[in-house]
Write a protein that binds this ligand. Structure first.
Ligand code: UD2
Ligand code: MN
Length: 318
């Protein structure tokens, strides 16, 4: 009889390689499962609402969105990623279809500072993408002008106020480095606030945790008002998205997601920003400030407002 002796090192190696194999062959093994809205239900979940000036237009038939949703075309490819096709975008980055009446008006709000190359790529692709969706939209770039730590949530509050003054019923709060890959992910608000990028390449197309509400979200303006917007106090990287989610939960507003085929995004490469070391503490006691920290306490200085060719450029000191 031959006796095998297995050392503990070998055991560790086998377990280790085993886990690695599971990780490689079964990528979503450890992902968070989540409920989602399937393709066929998407249209019924959307809130059909436009700005007044668009609803006063009388140019005939309503736009049809069924092909956009059903076909869910993969668009993140050339030429759409490389050049603006038939540029008929209005000054300030606004567009609506001329041959039908759109059902949705969406303000796309981008917090921004020193990501020039990403901004160029974003504008190019997104104007191709959004026009194909036949919605009415306008892109707002809210740029932090001061050198203080970057304050993503505060920039969203500023953008939301500006968009709401212009009567936009739906806000899409969007990172500059995220590109939606499939066309069926309509940039319109669902009844419940929506986490749009639940299937992201840098997370291996998985949702890391159910409460993740960062990246790209769609929320009705009145819902954003109801939660007093986002906190102005998270400066630097992290936490502000979780606080946003907690604010919704506090008002018993449930969120939703579209199915993964509709929620695929790619994130452009960048180095990781320095995390805010107070983020966990701020998050933990955030509930004490929901009423006093947000839209109703927003203080900032507008140092520029310009209608650029592809976007409305708001320059602010935070
Ligand atoms: C994650 C979240 C993001 C946000 C962040 C924490 C996802 C997919 N992304 O992204 O939504 O919650 O963590 O704050 O869940 N920005 C600039 N200039 C800067 C820094 C940031 O323009 O110097 C803007 C830009 O739009 C960028 C966004 O802020 O996309 C988020 O910053 P990030 O991309 O560095 O954060 P990331 O990828 O870790
Ligand atoms: Mn990023």
């Amino acid at each position: 009889m031959i006796k095998f002796r297995i050392s503990s090192r070998q055991v560790y190696a086998v377990v280790g390689y085993g886990l690695l194999l599971v990780f490689l062959l079964w990528p979503d093994r450890f992902a968070s499962r989540y409920e989602y809205i399937d393709g066929e239900e998407i249209y019924d979940q959307l809130v059909r609402k436009t700005t007044k000036n668009v609803s006063l237009m009388r140019n005939g038939i309503r736009c049809d969105y069924s092909d956009v949703i059903e076909e869910n075309v993969y668009l993140y490819r050339r030429p759409f990623t490389e050049e603006i096709i038939n540029n008929n975008v209005k000054l300030g980055g606004e567009w609506y279809p001329e041959d039908c009446l759109p059902s949705f008006s969406t303000a796309i709000i981008i917090p921004y500072r020193q990501r020039e190359q990403q901004l160029g790529q974003f504008l190019m692709y997104m104007h191709n993408y959004l026009r194909r969706q036949r919605i009415h939209y306008r892109v707002f770039i809210i740029e932090q002008y001061d050198p203080k730590p970057f304050n993503r949530a505060k920039l969203f509050n500023i953008g939301a106020l500006i968009a709401m003054k212009l009567d936009y019923p739906c806000l899409v709060l969007h990172d500059v480095d995220l590109m939606p890959q499939n066309l069926g992910n309509l940039y319109a608000c669902s009844q419940r606030p929506r986490h749009m990028c639940s299937s992201l390449d840098v997370f291996r197309y998985n949702l890391p945790y159910r409460g993740l509400f960062g990246g790209a979200t769609a929320i009705q303006s009145n819902q954003f008002m109801k939660i007093n917007g986002m906190s102005n106090m998270f400066s630097g990287w992290g936490g502000e998205d979780d606080d946003f989610f907690a604010r919704l939960k506090n008002k018993k507003i449930d969120i939703c997601r579209f199915s993964p085929q509709y929620s695929r995004y790619t994130m452009l490469k960048h180095r990781k920003e320095k995390p805010n070391k107070d983020r966990v503490a701020f998050l933990r006691n955030g509930h004490l400030r929901y009423h006093s920290d947000g839209l109703n306490s927003l203080v900032y200085k507008e140092v520029g407002y310009r209608l650029d060719n592809l976007f409305t450029h708001v320059l602010v000191e935070t």
